[in-house]
Design a binder for this molecule. Structure first.
Ligand SMILES: [Zn+2]
Length: 662
């Protein structure tokens, strides 16, 4: 640690910002508007955003801090091969618009050329394996990760993938919005093939071939709701059986090419989609398959090429899909690229400058207090048997807690960052990450590894390692106030901690035991009662109209809604033990309990465009910001007490209709 003073940022006030409220709206009418309306009015969505909230504001500020760090590196100059040199070079090359525009499609030409030389189906297999190392997965994906039924070991997994628009619904639904997006996706592909040097006629053919193949893949894909059910995504099998079940496809050759020669078994996460992909490869012409593979390269590279590629990419993924109006500034995009290629190298610099060690101590204390409260709540549950309670306690007691940054940093020595081209650097960074992943195949899982970089404004729970992780990036206002009162912190990061802990016991996480294995440790009766209680949240959220006649998806968002619900309950209980809550002295006109809920709502303060509401409802397993407040709080009895919510208030739910899980 060199410098432990945290920079003051615009949201980093240590008292509650009263101007964020809109007190013309009653708390029981829309608590979201009441608690965050002032913020919403003061922060219209910038043109380059589809959604802009306090989360994004914090991300922007993190980026500004990182830019300053990188700028200093670039100016100082550093030893060739050091992390500082690599980070600085990669950022600078992303900023060099003259070089990028001069190069045009040149950086991807040799890759596209290799694809045109394919002459048989085995060439296609070799190319799909190669492309999946540095670009999005063609046909289906390959990865190495823990075995869900033997969580200490890393195995190979293959899974459904290969569609550019991200979700099957975009290809299959017949509503106007989906049809319009398909039309614009065709336009995007034609434009990009043209930018890559295809004639008009060839670009049209290549786009049509790609859309046909992706639509056939989408038809076979299982739904996003099914993907959340762990047992539907686990099919361990021998490679020999795969070869007879899914033919004609040279599986041995495929595994050799992905770097897993001699593999004997693996998990086929989704069987039918992979089977369909294999049949598509068998049925389609070499030319159509080449078009599809070329699209994967072009689409993955677009953001790293000249402005014609970047603009077309933004027109579709930014403007059409999300409603953004303007491309983000080049320096922000370049920071994203550096974060994605060398996350821990940037993270190491970031925490040295911006993360005070006291923050880690305060967090660990909060985590302990939250765990204690969750333990008490488990004891109090009426619906759970003593037998299952004992196991739930064991699971809670074995949580691995990660705060701030990893104990050991990733070694980037093998990664070359050079002056050749932005895209070539991206390829090398992806290959570096891929090599690291392949190296783990067949080896014990390294539980000290981090799945988010330290500068990330987010947190996670991983069921297979039963771990919760809070990177340094999220340990700032409005989540965490180093010098703030308990109400702010329990309502903010406390709920986030409780949220991540509850993921270990949501509809998905509860199916994994304390070792991280997919195993049924519940009595049948407990599972039945849990499902019954979770159903209350499914129905409640299914009923919410997010835009016109479009409704939230209660099944898809169930895990996150349970986690918000549990997070609020557990953190509120832990907060009640603090001196502040017990003395109940008001501050700025609000009781500590009121401040707890206001702090919670402030996390989700934001504005969102209509197109983005539709997109997020389709692809995001989290509820929209507004509903993380107005959908979650009606189920929290303490909130009714804090704000004196009465039966005539629009948000009021009779007690018997409120969810009660954790
Ligand atoms: Zn979550």
């Amino acid at each position: 640690m060199t410098n432990c003073t945290r920079q003051k940022t615009t949201v980093a006030t240590e008292t509650f910002d009263l101007s964020s409220l809109d007190t013309t709206v009653a708390p029981g009418t829309s608590f979201y508007r009441y608690a965050t309306g002032g913020w919403q009015d003061a922060n219209p969505i910038p043109d380059e955003y589809a959604r802009y909230g306090s989360f994004d504001q914090l991300r922007e500020e993190n980026q500004e801090q990182i830019q300053q760090l990188i700028q200093t590196l670039v100016e100082a100059g550093h030893r060739q091969g050091s992390n500082a040199q690599k980070v600085g070079t990669l950022y600078s090359i992303g900023m060099d618009s003259v070089k990028l525009n001069r190069e045009g499609a040149e950086p991807i030409h040799s890759l596209l050329e290799t694809i045109t030389q394919a002459s048989d189906k085995n060439d296609i297999i070799r190319l799909m394996a190669e492309i999946s190392r540095y670009a999005s997965n063609p046909f289906f994906g390959f990865r190495v990760g823990p075995d869900n039924k033997n969580s200490t070991m890393n195995i190979a997994h293959i899974y459904q993938s290969g569609i550019g628009m991200g979700d099957r619904d975009y290809y299959l639904l017949q509503d106007d919005h989906s049809k319009e997006l398909r039309k614009q996706y065709m336009t995007l592909m034609e434009t990009q093939f043209g930018n890559a040097g295809y004639s008009g006629e060839d670009a049209l053919r290549a786009a049509a071939n790609t859309l046909r193949i992706e639509t056939a893949l989408a038809e076979a894909h299982i739904t996003r709701e099914m993907r959340r059910v762990p047992e539907l995504n686990y099919h361990k099998m021998a490679v020999a059986d795969l070869s007879s079940a899914m033919a004609p496809f040279d599986w041995e050759y495929y595994f050799e090419e992905v770097g897993a020669k001699g593999l004997d078994s693996l998990n086929v996460s989704q069987v039918e989609p992979v089977n369909a992909a294999v049949k598509i490869i068998a049925a389609e012409s070499i030319e159509a398959l080449q078009d599809y593979l070329s699209w994967k390269v072009i689409d993955s590279a677009a953001a790293y090429l000249s402005d014609d590629f970047v603009d077309a990419n933004f027109d579709f993924y930014g403007r059409a899909m999300s409603g953004s109006k303007e491309l983000r500034p080049r320096w922000r995009r370049s920071i994203d690229a550096v974060n994605s290629a060398m996350g821990e190298a940037v993270g190491q610099l970031y925490v040295e400058k911006y993360f005070p060690p006291e923050a880690k101590e305060r967090m660990l204390q909060l985590v302990d207090n939250l765990a204690e409260a969750l333990g008490e709540r488990i004891d109090q549950l009426e619906w759970m048997s003593d037998e299952t309670k004992e196991k739930a306690h064991e699971k809670l007691g074995t949580f691995i807690v990660k705060v701030g940054y990893p104990d050991k940093w990733k070694d980037y020595t093998p990664l070359d960052i050079k002056e050749d081209s932005y895209w070539q650097n991206r390829v090398r960074a992806a290959e570096f990450a891929y090599a690291e992943m392949i190296d783990e195949l067949g080896k014990p899982v390294d539980r000290s590894k981090w799945y988010m970089s330290p500068q990330t404004v987010n947190a996670y729970y991983s069921p297979s390692s039963n771990e919760i992780c809070f990177p340094a990036g999220i340990l700032q206002p409005p989540f965490f106030y180093m010098n703030g009162d308990d109400a702010l912190n329990y309502g903010g990061i406390g709920v986030v901690i409780g949220h991540e802990m509850t993921h270990g016991f949501d509809d998905q996480g509860r199916k994994f035991d304390k070792e991280g294995n997919l195993a049924d440790w519940w009595t049948e009766e407990d599972a039945r009662r849990f499902d019954e209680r979770a159903r209350v949240l499914v129905d409640f959220f299914d009923n919410i109209a997010v835009l016109d006649t479009v409704h939230a998806n209660g099944t898809f968002t169930l895990g996150e809604n349970i986690a918000d619900h549990g997070g609020l309950q557990v953190s509120y209980q832990a907060f009640q033990k603090t001196e502040q809550a017990q003395q109940a002295v008001s501050l700025n006109g609000f009781t500590p309990n009121q401040r707890f809920f206001l702090s919670y709502a402030s996390l989700w303060a934001g504005n969102v465009r209509d197109a983005e509401i539709l997109r997020l409802t389709r692809v995001d397993s989290h509820s929209l910001g507004r509903w993380r407040v107005d959908g979650a709080l009606p189920h929290i009895s303490a909130w009714y007490e804090a704000f004196d919510i009465q039966p005539e208030d629009p948000m009021y739910l009779p007690e018997e209709e409120r969810a009660s899980i954790w």
